[in-house]
Every structure is written in C-alpha cells, then in structure tokens.
Design a protein around this ligand. Structure first.
Ligand SMILES: *Cc1c(COP(=O)(O)O)cnc(C)c1O
Length: 350
C-alpha cells in the first residue's frame, strides 16, 4: 500500500516492504535453474548459507513461513501425536489449522507466556508414551514472539528448555520468523540459537525485507524429507533463484540495520507511553498498543490515523500495533508520533 517515499507511514507490519533498488538489481542478475530438479544455483547457495549461519547441515527454501513451520512440525510429530506450544503461538493461531489439516498433529498449549515460557511448566505437560494417552513428540517456541509484541526469549530459558526436552526425549522447534531481531537485541549468535533446536524456520520477508520466502533448517536427512513434504504441499518452485537472490541480498545488506528498527520502536513507545497505551517497553520492532485506558477503541484510532496518513494494525477491539521496518525512517517516526499523540490527546469523535 504505502510506497517507499510516499505519503503514508505504514506501521501495520514489517511485511509491507518493497524490494530495495540494490535487491532488485541482485534479483535481476540472479543465475537460475529449475529448483524442483535441484538445479537452481542461487537457491542452493542460499540454503547452504542459511544452514551454516545456524550451524545445521541443511536448509530448504519455502514460499512462506507457515509452510516452513508446518514442514518442520510434520517432520517432528507423527500423525495423532502431540505438539506443545504457547497458546498465542503463530503455529496454532495464524496457520489456519495446518498442523491438524496437513500433519494430523494434535496440539496442546501452555497459557500464553510470550517471551517467558516456563520450562518447569512445560516439563510437567510432556506426556510419555502409553496406549491411553497422546504422546508428546515436540515442543515449539517462537523467537521473537509475535503476539507478545516481539518479546525475546532469553537464551538461558531456551537452554533450560533444551534440558527439559532432552530429558523427555522429545524434539524442539523454533518458529524463528523474527529470530534475526532476537539475535541483534540480545547479542546471541545465530549458531547458538541453532544449536538449541532440532529444527528452525526463519523468514526473509519480515524485517529482512525480501519480497517472499522462508527457510526450514535441520539435519541433511530431515531436509531431504522436507523437500518431499514441500512438494506434496504444493510448494515446489521452479526458477526461484530470483527470490533466493533477494533473500541473500537481505542477509548481506539488511540484517544489521534491524537495530535501527528497534531504536525507532523504542522511540515510538517512549513518545506514546505518557498516554498509558504502551504495556511494556518494546525489545525489538513491534509496539503493541493497549488502548483500554485511552478512550479509543482500536478500529476508531486506526481509522482516524489513516485519515492523517498513518497506518496501524488492529489486533483486537482495544489492541493496536505499530511495527517499524525498512521503510520507516526517523522522519516517518516523527510524522507518526505527531499524528498519534494528537489523536491520543483528543477524544474520539462520538
Ligand atoms: C509471519 C510469521 C510467520 C510466517 O508467516 P507467513 O505469512 O506464512 O510467511 C510465522 N511465524 C511468525 C511468528 C510470524 O510472525
């Protein structure tokens, strides 16, 4: 919707970015082949690069983060067996029942705990094998946590959780759509995160700014099987090196700049905090707005802001969200702050 440099300040999501000029040039120059035949050198190079970043043997390029997650879950949890995850996890809230639909996977959730899952609570939930019960086969966590407002799970918590799953003999998956942000916010090397999980998914089209694409990461054996599952789900792609080139470019040129997105999110939150609408200081690029004490409901605030050239997300009747990304510079933050502060100072039109 909002073109870079255009009128609108689009804070709805980090998925709204368009390829940058350098990225478009990289895409145009990409060497390609038929990737279903395994003949696209640009895709192969991206897969090898991302696997190495996370210290795993292999990776597979997938059209979406949902498909990458669902491939991993099907690899880790056989039909009619169980995945444990957070009640607000993307894999059970925003993937339209895919775990059940594609994998026949039974899911059970722990109460939403965002960036602070409790390893002891999860340990107590894991069910052993037995003819009377659904056996737990995997635990999934989300880094950063989307619905928790981009909160980062501390690496110490993940290490404790790894101890729990090892003890129980179950696998651990990371929905790492925004793991890049966690890496920069907490200074944890990507390979350290990689070493804590059996499989991970990572997204190239959120903060990194590629137009399309995610990767699923794991052992060579699992990724070979992942290729088959991807084809079965309709995700085999042909001369897709043009998209892999965008993703490679993003890793090289648009990764470390995420710290600027975090700083701008912090500034947005600081400017709006006096109005009592910022539940917690943002750790990364997401700023959830809790409007309960503001007199505004989220749809009215979003509509009023839109009239003034600022787009925000509505996540619930009184919950909004601001997201910083590649096309939100300091000037855009200034404009958004001016509009939102003026609206929050006033009362909504009756
Ligand atoms: C965006 C996102 C995904 C993947 O979404 P797609 O739209 O399918 O690419 C997965 N997990 C989280 C936490 C996300 O924010």
């Amino acid at each position: 919707m909002a073109e870079p440099g255009g009128q609108l300040v689009d804070l709805r999501s980090d998925t709204v970015t368009a390829p940058t000029p350098g990225m478009r040039a990289a895409m145009a120059a990409a060497e390609v082949g038929d990737d279903v035949y395994g003949e696209d050198p640009t895709v192969a190079a991206l897969e090898a690069e991302v696997a190495a970043l996370f210290g795993h043997e292999a990776a597979l390029f997938a059209p979406t983060g949902s498909m990458a997650n669902q491939i991993a879950l099907q690899l880790l949890v056989p039909p009619a067996q169980e995945l444990l995850c957070d009640a607000d996890a993307h894999v059970v809230t925003y993937e339209v029942g895919a775990a059940a639909g594609y994998g026949g996977i039974s899911t059970r959730t722990w109460p939403a705990s965002g960036g602070a899952p409790d390893p002891d609570q999860i340990a107590a939930m894991i069910r052993p094998d037995g003819f009377w019960a659904v056996p737990t086969r995997a635990v999934a966590v989300e880094q950063t946590h989307n619905l928790a407002g981009g909160q980062v799970i501390a690496v110490e918590t993940l290490r404790r959780l790894r101890g729990v799953v090892d003890e129980a003999g179950v696998a651990m998956h990371c929905d790492g759509a925004r793991i890049w942000h966690a890496h920069l916010a907490d200074g944890v090397p990507l390979a350290e995160y990689g070493g804590l999980f059996d499989m991970l998914s990572v997204c190239m089209s959120k903060g990194l700014g590629a137009p399309v694409g995610s990767l699923v990461i794991g052992s060579a054996e699992r990724i070979e099987r992942a290729r088959w599952l991807r084809k079965r789900m309709g995700g085999g792609m042909r001369q897709v090196g043009v998209l892999a080139a965008a993703a490679s470019y993003a890793l090289r040129h648009q990764l470390t700049r995420l710290v600027d997105d975090h700083a701008r999110a912090a500034r947005l939150a600081a400017e709006l905090a006096p109005f009592g609408v910022v539940a917690a200081p943002p750790r990364t690029n997401l700023v959830p707005l809790d409007l309960r004490r503001s007199g505004w409901d989220a749809p009215s605030l979003a509509a009023a802001a839109r009239e003034r050239g600022v787009l925000i997300s509505v996540l619930g009747p009184r919950i909004g969200r601001l997201v910083t990304h590649l096309h939100i510079d300091d000037d855009a933050v200034d404009r958004a702050v001016a509009v939102l502060v003026a609206l929050l100072r006033s009362r909504p039109a009756a």
